[in-house]
Design a protein around this ligand. Structure first.
Ligand code: DAH
Length: 348
């Protein structure tokens, strides 16, 4: 074979390869192309083998031509391979494309229950004034719930709180005032007290604004020099903190067996701003808590010297405050586990 003959063979082979590469459209046909034009049984390989027979003075030219042919064929293969790789990549990208306009998976984040929002608000307020938090059991002795709070057996004041009895001497506590008795006894009649006691209480009640179970926050302060003015000031601050600085607060004389004198606090109705509406029963005021100076009998019964110590106490209905503050019409909503209801109180 001379150079001219080689050129003809090479040109034909390259033309054939160029034609065939246009039909290559997947990895398999690409591999077939590679085998046919660059593999062991290819024309190119047999031409390399025939180099042995080429006279030595032509070996160099032949060698160069063969390399050129190999590069051309290899170039066709590599170009196609590149093209295929980028096609595969763009297909992959297309299939893995993220549509950022699709709505995400909504995760529900918990929110504080309005009941506990009030507990936290009131407790934080008093902790800021240096109070500690105390608690007691919901199943309480009749003794702590009533007798230690100056409500002896057969006392008519027991009718104010229709309680559930467990047995002769045990009740579901009907108010958090019984925690006062526990705190005073734990102090063994010594030293001042400043406590706040949130908790659940139970009564035989059932209508839109009363439930058999509800929450109260009890407060108790005992010291040698605390006064009725301290009581009024503390509760005024609390109510303005809860219902707004501009909300008017008033105190009315009242009766509780465990306090003397006793008062109830009202806030100006926020529905009508004091003009009178159905919410405030046309009085312009809404009752929010009971309080008073701790009755000397209560101090004495629980081990405090009533000549040396004085105290004031108060009790706030948690559900009632939450209902007023958030405009909730039925107390049962607090206990029905209705997520749509609770979520309205989320603070973003
Ligand atoms: N224990 C009372 C009730 O459940 C509320 C109350 C009134 C608590 C006056 C007090 C108080 O500590 O001084 O209705």
């Amino acid at each position: 074979m001379d150079i001219k003959e080689f050129d003809e063979i090479s040109t034909r082979e390259i033309a054939l390869a160029k034609e065939e590469i246009t039909h290559v459209d997947n990895r398999m046909t690409l591999e077939q192309f590679k085998g046919k034009f660059l593999g062991k049984k290819s024309l190119l390989t047999s031409l390399y083998q025939s180099m042995r027979e080429v006279p030595s003075d032509q070996k160099k030219d032949f060698g160069l031509k063969l390399t050129e042919m190999k590069n051309t064929l290899n170039g066709l293969f590599e170009e196609k391979e590149e093209e295929m790789k980028s096609l595969e990549l763009s297909r992959k990208l297309e299939s893995e494309k993220i549509d950022i306009t699709l709505p995400g998976n909504h995760k529900r984040i918990g929110s504080k229950h309005p009941f506990y929002a009030i507990v936290d608000e009131v407790v934080d307020f008093f902790v800021g004034l240096g109070f500690s938090v105390a608690s007691g059991p919901e199943v309480e002795s009749d003794y702590n719930n009533f007798e230690m709070m100056n409500i002896p057996k057969d006392h008519p004041a027991r009718d104010m709180q229709d309680s559930f009895s467990i047995d002769q001497s045990t009740v579901l506590r009907s108010h958090t005032s019984c925690v006062q008795a526990r705190v005073m006894k734990a102090m063994a009649g010594k030293g001042p007290v400043k406590v706040i006691c949130p908790g659940k209480v139970y009564r035989r009640d059932n209508d839109a604004t009363h439930s058999h179970q509800f929450g109260q926050i009890e407060g108790l302060v005992i010291s040698e020099d605390c006064t009725f003015a301290n009581l009024l000031e503390t509760l005024t601050l609390l109510l303005k903190h809860l219902f707004g600085e501009k909300r008017e607060v008033r105190f009315r004389p009242s009766f509780f067996p465990f306090t003397e004198p006793s008062v109830e606090a009202d806030i100006q109705c926020f529905e009508c701003n004091g003009k009178g509406c159905s919410l405030c029963k046309h009085t312009g005021w809404i009752e929010v808590l009971g309080s008073g100076m701790v009755h000397p009998n209560v101090l004495r019964l629980n081990g405090y010297d009533d000549k040396k110590y004085k105290g004031f106490a108060f009790g706030i209905g948690i559900d009632r405050v939450a209902m007023l503050k958030y405009g909730i019409d039925d107390i049962k909503r607090f206990y029905t586990n209705d997520i749509d209801f609770i979520e309205q109180f989320r603070k973003e």
